[in-house]
Design a protein around this ligand. Structure first.
Ligand code: BDP
Length: 598
């Protein structure tokens, strides 16, 4: 799905701003057709943003069900005759959209965009009303999954409900990414797919375009960062050759711009789209992850889209700060734990040369007990799998052209030790490979190496493990023994490169004790250091992603003290002691890479 852009033939209106908002206290608004007229008794609500932390009203924060958004926009008369699209960047988790009371779109899944052709629904030159109902309920047929708990006892008032979910990050909801209206010509470019290869210094840029009309004439040109055209071609698909190509490299990004034009019968440009691309290769070979043929060691974090007040709302300032912190600390990568991030973040990663592992929102597919079944007819069932495949498809369709993304993660900590996981993840892996044959695949493991039944379907083993925290709390002296025992098990059983994709300890900024105890900054440092001692000894360990980049909001519970404090930075992006420790380590690794002998 193409990101909306202003080009020679296209124009975008961003509807970000203050919308009208109303909580549907009894979830009756759909039946009462609230979309048929302007909403009554609304409060102001920013878009994009999560609504949860925006007011002082806990009943808004904790509401289970529908909330309503509404705004007004004008389409100039000059847009008449064009194709007018409405695009929602992300609505967590289900949404129905009406324009002037007429249904335009319905979508399930909170972390990916959807759009609708509203050419017939809008009035040109006049004011148009868009109404969006957003629902935050998680079930076993959504990603991530959840369930509504009801009570049948005298301690709870009748009808009392709780939204349960099996991941820790807070279930923020609302319109998290911009809503845009844009126009394209009626005959338009529908999609562009680019893959790249390098042969003896020559970059090969293979492109495939899809147009609204089959057989439409297409011309393309590739322009470098200085604005020079380095290759051109014609035809709906083809391969451009770039002599002495500047490669997209980790922390040394170089982007070319591919201009795609649909050519009308008169030879004029009927539609024009521009895509930034990077020329690079990615391959797993033996126990190495190769980017442009060079072994790459992942240094970085699992992150979240999460910040004060806005929750999961897109925030350019926070995003730029985060990339500056990544560079400051010497990181070269992150995982989009545990859902596809905003396209605007991936654009920054492309530009800054930060390597990304893109993840689908399949998190919470385990009960942390080997015997509690996850894949049952009323939990992770065929409908869940079908949705999982849809989301995978939509994520790859949206993100396939980002050079920063080098691998897909199809799930986080799924119960891969249950035999029902085998057909489930075989299907997921097969589908991912059909959708994208160019990028390696992983599934982030919680199972132990002797129990996992699906790692053979994937190219890289990613493992999350919290030795001396959830297991043997306080026993720092066990960490090295246990990490080495586990990682060597993965290597022995599957013979694939291994990334420690999560390891870490909660540290409350300002808590100190030496010798270290849990929740202090000293403990966080000491634990990370002991993991690192093992990583440095094991040749097949190809990366370390600390959990987590920054502290983040979680659901309430006895193991969380106003959020998850495993951040190396606070939620306000201030460094804890561990950040300085990591910075020293990662800067040193830049000087002396792990496999410097190669
Ligand atoms: C892992 C999850 C991550 C959690 C982390 C934790 O992948 O989302 O936040 O544990 O408990 O299991 O801190």
């Amino acid at each position: 799905m193409l990101y909306p852009k202003d080009t020679q033939t296209r124009e975008v209106k961003d509807l970000s701003g203050i919308w009208r908002f109303k909580v549907d206290r009894h979830n009756t608004g759909r039946a009462d057709m609230w979309h048929m007229q302007p909403l009554q008794d609304t409060i102001p609500m920013p878009v994009p943003a999560s609504y949860n932390d925006m007011t002082q009203d806990a009943s808004i924060r904790d509401h289970i069900g529908d909330v309503w958004y509404e705004t007004f926009f004008r389409i100039p008369r000059s847009w008449s005759g064009d194709r007018i699209m409405l695009r929602v960047g992300s609505a967590c988790h289900h949404a129905v959209v009406w324009v002037n009371g007429r249904q335009a779109a319905e979508h399930k899944g909170g972390f990916l965009p959807f759009e609708a052709d509203i050419s017939e629904a809008v009035e040109y030159g006049m004011e148009n009303r868009v109404t969006i109902v957003v629902n935050n309920v998680l079930t076993w047929q959504t990603l991530p999954p959840g369930r509504i708990k009801t009570f049948d006892d005298a301690k709870h008032p009748e009808g009392y409900r709780i939204q349960e979910y099996f991941h820790d990050f807070y279930n923020y909801a609302g319109l998290h990414r911009p809503v845009k209206v844009y126009r394209t010509p009626a005959a338009h470019i529908r999609d562009v797919t680019v893959t790249t290869d390098v042969q003896d210094g020559t970059g090969l840029v293979t492109y495939r375009t899809e147009a609204s009309e089959a057989g439409a004439a297409v011309r393309v040109r590739l322009v470098d960062e200085e604005g020079r055209m380095v290759a051109s071609g014609t035809g709906a698909q083809g391969t451009l050759r770039v002599e002495n190509a500047r490669l997209w490299k980790p922390l040394q990004a170089y982007l070319y711009t591919l201009h795609v034009e649909l050519v009308g019968d008169d030879g004029e440009t009927a539609d024009h789209y521009m895509l930034d691309i990077g020329i690079r290769t990615v391959r797993v070979e033996g126990s190495r992850f190769l980017i442009n043929g060079e072994p790459f060691y992942f240094k970085g974090f699992g992150k979240h889209e999460d910040s004060d007040i806005k929750g999961k709302g897109l925030d350019y300032a926070v995003n730029v700060k985060d990339f500056n912190l990544l560079k400051w600390i010497g990181a070269n990568s992150f995982r989009t734990s545990h859902y596809p991030y905003a396209e605007e973040i991936l654009d920054l990663a492309d530009r800054e040369g930060i390597v990304v592992i893109g993840e689908v929102p399949a998190v919470g597919f385990t009960f942390f007990n080997y015997n509690d079944k996850v894949y049952t007819p009323d939990q992770a069932n065929d409908e869940t799998l079908a949705h999982h495949l849809d989301v995978l498809n939509d994520m790859i369709a949206r993100d396939k052209n980002h050079p920063s993304i080098v691998m897909w993660s199809v799930a986080n900590e799924a119960a891969t030790f249950q035999e029902e996981a085998v057909p489930y993840f075989r299907k997921v892996a097969e589908t991912a490979r059909v959708l994208d044959a160019t990028r390696p695949l992983t599934l982030v493991q919680w199972a132990l190496p002797d129990k996992c039944q699906v790692a053979q379907f994937f190219d890289v083993v990613c493992v999350n493990r919290y030795y001396s925290w959830y297991a043997d709390p306080g026993c720092l002296d066990l960490v090295e023994h246990q990490v080495e025992w586990e990682l060597s098990g993965w290597h022995r059983n599957f013979n694939k490169p291994v990334i420690m994709s999560e390891y870490g300890a909660d540290a409350i900024a300002g808590f100190h004790q030496d010798p270290p105890v849990m929740f202090t900054e000293e403990y966080q440092c000491e634990m990370l250091q002991r993991y690192h001692n093992v990583f440095d000894r094991l040749d097949y360990v190809i990366g370390e992603h600390v959990w987590a980049f920054a502290d983040f909001a979680t659901k309430q519970g006895t193991t969380r003290i106003n959020g998850n404090k495993k951040g190396v930075f606070t939620r306000q992006r201030q460094p804890k002691a561990a950040a300085h420790m990591l910075r020293r380590r990662w800067e040193q690794m830049a000087v002396t890479p792990k496999w410097s002998g190669r």
